[in-house]
Design a protein around this ligand. Structure first.
Ligand SMILES: Nc1nc2c(c(=O)[nH]1)N[C@H]1C(S)=C(S)[C@@H](COP(=O)(O)OP(=O)(O)OC[C@H]3O[C@@H](n4cnc5c(N)ncnc54)[C@H](O)[C@@H]3O)O[C@H]1N2
Ligand code: MOO
Length: 432
């Protein structure tokens, strides 16, 4: 028997992060950068206004108030996207330019007065908005009364005040999330070098399996594993391909796997790994290894855990693609995925934390939980972060997918524990 930790260590020992590739920003989401990204432009690229208002010279509005406003001549508009006043004009003494948020500060101007601190060019009281150019073309000219003074640089966002050429935008090893994608786009990068998402092919096996949506006839069940594990692979960061169920025929299974290798960085199968007469994965893959290639082939082993005792691991095909053969019971396959496949996906991506987070929680249950001696048991539970407790959901049976769907945590009972009393401090793996 292998321990859970030995099996995981054996798997992680065999996998290396995927070779980096250059990806478009959207495709790089969730991936790990392998380059230091340097900033080549200033952000903002030019001094610009943070308010809709008037670009002014500060001496012109010194001491202004509502009773004695400073009256300035409006010489034009500066819109975002323009590169200054029409005809390259500068704002001279006694002059102002209407300016929009994000527009460059025109030559001659030293600060911006928000439109609310002026009459907006109406000759009335304080404005609450600028009149649109189409409704009131005269607003780009005429006079404006300014009701409050401002200091130099007020409401001006300085060139380079965010990032400057030569700054480090993102360091190698960062995970590219939405804000990082925003920064990359803002500095003009359209692609980045990252480790790609692994492509995971999920194959379920069993002649009893029917695809959801089809009619269920005697003795058959719906294939839930391939759906759950494809979803779990995506959730872990992979690009997941669900291959429907393959019947219990070794040649068909071998041929299916061979066909899939072209698009697989990992192959995951479910079912057919125990000791029955129709355990097709074991039958098909026990002998696929190349004797001259150390480490090739699939090793079937029993783990000291419950559920998830029978497992297969190895590599297959010319590229030695890692293959994990998980047990068929729905809860067994899902827990095996969380414990062994998820870390592989994350290791291939070069992510630092390959395992789910764990916490200690107080067991909130009416009666003691039992666990087989010598096996690490993973029970399903709900975790209450506020109370610091975990409550079991459903029993230990590895067919209880209804309870699994209500759980958000796994309660871990160590190998030497055969009974866990209510109130015991327990390790909990958080699934969300
Ligand atoms: N004599 C023994 N029998 C079994 C042992 C054992 O040690 N000695 N181990 C048990 C344990 S533990 C497990 S786990 C299972 C593992 O069996 P397999 O991996 O060979 O899985 P199957 O026999 O194919 O299926 C088991 C169970 O799960 C259902 N199943 C399978 N695939 C799916 C799917 N895609 N979606 C939904 N349900 C699925 C299948 O119908 C079976 O009920 O072996 C025990 N037996
Ligand atoms: O160990 Mo099996 O994985 O219970 O269901």
């Amino acid at each position: 028997m292998w321990s859970v930790d030995e099996h995981l260590a054996d798997i992680l020992e065999a996998v290396r992060p995927l070779e980096p590739i250059e990806l478009q920003l959207h495709d790089a989401q969730g991936c790990v950068l392998v380059e230091d990204v340097m900033v080549e432009i200033a952000l903002p690229p030019f001094d610009n206004s943070s308010m809709d208002g008037y670009a002014v010279r500060v001496a012109d509005i010194e001491g202004a108030d509502e009773e004695f406003p400073a009256v300035l001549t409006v010489i034009g508009d500066v819109a975002a996207g323009s590169d200054g006043l029409p005809g390259d004009r500068a704002v001279g003494p006694g002059e102002a330019a209407r300016i929009m948020t994000g527009a460059p500060l025109p030559a001659g101007a030293e600060a911006v007065v928000p439109v609310e601190w002026t009459d907006g060019g109406t000759g009335g009281g304080p404005a609450d908005t600028m009149r649109s150019l189409s409704d009131a073309p005269e607003g780009a000219g005429g006079e404006v009364r300014v009701h409050r003074p401002v200091e130099a640089r007020a409401h001006v966002r300085a060139r380079g005040s965010d990032v400057k050429p030569g700054d480090l935008a993102l360091s190698a090893g960062s995970v590219v999330g939405p804000p990082q994608i925003g920064l990359l786009a803002a500095i003009g990068r359209s692609t980045v070098k990252v480790r790609p998402r692994p492509r995971v092919v999920v194959i379920s096996t069993g002649s009893e399996l029917v695809q959801p949506g089809e009619e269920l006839t005697g003795g058959r069940i719906y294939d839930s594993n391939s759906f759950a594990l494809t979803a779990a692979a995506k959730d872990a960061g992979a690009i997941a391909y669900r291959v429907g169920a393959v019947t219990d025929d070794a040649d068909t299974l071998r041929a299916t796997i061979e066909d899939q290798l072209i698009r697989a960085d990992i192959v995951v199968t479910t079912g057919g790994v125990s000791v029955g007469a129709y355990d097709v994965v074991k039958e098909a893959l026990s002998s696929v290894g190349d004797e001259d290639e150390p480490g090739s082939g699939i090793d079937f082993r029993r783990l000291a855990m419950q559920p998830g005792k029978p497992q297969g691991f190895g590599s297959i095909g010319p590229d030695h693609t890692p293959l994990l053969a998980l047990p068929g019971n729905p809860v067994s396959s899902y827990i095996s995925f969380e414990l062994f496949v998820r870390p592989v996906i994350r290791a291939l991506m070069g992510l630092p934390d390959v395992n789910r987070p764990t916490v200690q929680a107080v067991l909130d249950t009416d009666k003691a939980l039992t666990s087989p001696s010598g096996r690490r048991q993973f029970l399903r539970g709900t975790y209450d972060a506020e109370a610091g407790t975990v409550t079991p959901v459903g029993g230990a049976g590895s067919h209880l997918i209804g309870a699994l769907a209500r759980a958000d945590a796994l309660i871990v009972l160590p190998e030497d524990v055969t009974s866990a009393e209510p109130g015991t401090d327990t390790e909990v793996i958080l699934l969300r």
